[in-house]
Ligand binder design. Structure first.
Ligand code: GLU
Length: 450
């Protein structure tokens, strides 16, 4: 933990006592407390209403058994969750994650981050997150369907278009959202926008699939524009090879940058020639259709190297885009990046940078955008999907893309407004936290002690 002031460490100590054994949740709370507590000192109404402590307590948490039958007729059991964190500014909104590492701490950290992120989008979205320790990897489509149906049978009691609107996250993509939506509709006899990230033929929005990755690069472009720089010709390290990484790479290529890495849990690809559109199509097919391993990229493209044990952060690059998962960029890698001349880190995943690495980047005063700001394009476009569903219309690709761009611009502006220091350095972490906090806190105060 970095050096905390007494007020911050007292606060963190109190929350930690109530939430023992939840390291990821406490990491997210600590990062927010470090920037919000000094702000609250100068804005007494938030302190008097004890808003920050209230925000650290989920409004409601559901944990439930998810039994299902595998292809060998064995009865399996997983654990399902939904954390309804904060509904001050809109219905709970946030993805579902299916991954063996899912537990209450991970989902509470994600739900907590989601509250601030959703507030930043300018849209009326509360914050929540859910999921299961179920691992879709290696499961047949039929097994995934039976699991999703069982999961939704319980979850459906707690969600609704005006209550809580889940979407995808790691391990939950188009296939899973389809199965979940089908079961919700069957149980409730109601065709409604209860999930986002839906297929285009049943209420999905254009650009939703691309939105997190595109939004991330739109945000990076805003940072470039504000500093008379550009992404053109910049060498970029991207981690992950799922939805966020794929569409970040697509936009980076479009803006003339040179993405050189991708990764998965098996290792990292370094392609010194750069990943172009054709290679990106190969990655999409490999990951989305064949559900294969990223090492196969190096079998196909001989100039590329596959490394089992190194991360993309060991390559000399101008910018880094961590798009895989939490805590994938530790201090050692942060130092290597800076030593190699990296000038900016833009988080596409949620909390991919460890606490120590984050403090180091901020000390070094390189551009650093936290996921809650730079990956907010995904949930923002979910918000746009909800608006279209409510009006029973669908906007064109250009219309959604334009709105996404404008939202990322506004998030960037908010971060600059609240995060610019006396020396002109923009602390995007501070800016995002304060801007996200103020809107939710004002709504909470207006609604009384509820
Ligand atoms: N899982 C995504 C996130 O981390 C999207 C959530 C949503 O669209 O509701 O923001």
């Amino acid at each position: 933990m970095s050096n905390l002031s007494k007020d911050v460490s007292d606060f963190v100590g109190k929350i930690s006592k109530r939430n023992p054994h939840e390291p990821e949740f406490m990491q997210a709370v600590t990062e927010v407390a470090e920037t919000i507590i000094p702000f609250i000192e100068d804005h007494k109404k938030y302190k008097d209403a004890n808003v920050l402590e209230r925000m650290c307590e989920p409004e409601r948490v559901m944990m439930f058994r998810v039994p299902w039958v595998d292809d060998q007729n064995n009865v399996q059991v997983n654990r399902g969750f939904r954390v309804q964190m904060n509904s001050a500014i809109g219905p709970y909104k946030g993805g579902l994650r299916f991954h063996p590492t899912v537990n209450l701490s991970v989902l509470k950290f994600l739900a907590f981050e989601q509250v601030f992120k959703n507030s930043l989008t300018t849209l009326p979205l509360g914050g929540g997150k859910g999921g299961s320790d179920f691992d879709p990897k290696g499961k047949s489509d039929a097994e995934v369907m039976r699991f999703c149906q069982s999961f939704m049978t319980e979850l459906s009691k707690h969600i609704g278009g005006y209550t809580d609107v889940p979407a995808g996250d790691i391990g939950v993509g188009a296939r899973e959202i389809g199965f979940l939506f089908g079961q919700y509709k069957r149980l409730n006899n109601e065709f409604t926008g209860v999930l986002t990230g839906k297929g285009l033929s049943y209420g999905g929005s254009l650009i939703r699939t691309e939105a997190t990755g595109y939004g991330l690069v739109y945000f990076a472009k805003e940072v470039m524009d504000a500093n008379d720089d550009s992404l053109e010709g910049k060498v970029c390290a991207v981690s992950g090879s799922g939805n966020v990484a794929q569409y970040a790479i697509e936009k980076l290529i479009e803006f003339g940058a040179k993405p050189v890495t991708v990764s998965d849990s098996g290792g990292c690809i370094y392609d010194p020639d750069g990943i172009d559109t054709e290679k990106l199509e190969f990655i999409k097919e490999l990951k989305n259709e064949k559900r294969g391993r990223i090492s196969e990229y190096a079998d196909k493209y001989k100039a590329a190297e596959f490394h089992k044990d190194i991360t993309p952060w060991n390559i000399k690059v101008d910018f880094a885009f961590p798009c895989a998962t939490q805590n994938e960029l530790p201090l050692e890698d942060a130092k290597t990046l800076v030593k190699n001349g990296c000038k900016g880190v833009f988080e596409g995943a949620n909390m991919p940078t460890t606490e120590e690495a984050l403090s180091y980047f901020r000390e070094q005063k390189i551009f650093f955008s936290p996921g809650k700001a730079s990956n907010a394009g995904g949930v923002a476009t979910s918000g746009l999907e909800m608006s279209q569903n409510a009006q029973r219309i669908s906007w064109t690709r250009d219309e959604v893309d334009y709105r996404l761009k404008m939202i990322m611009r506004s998030i960037h502006k908010n971060c600059v407004d609240y995060g610019t220091g006396s020396d002109g350095y923009v602390d995007y972490v501070k800016g995002a936290n304060i801007a996200g906090f103020v809107k939710v806190a004002d709504a909470m105060i207006a609604q009384g002690v509820v």
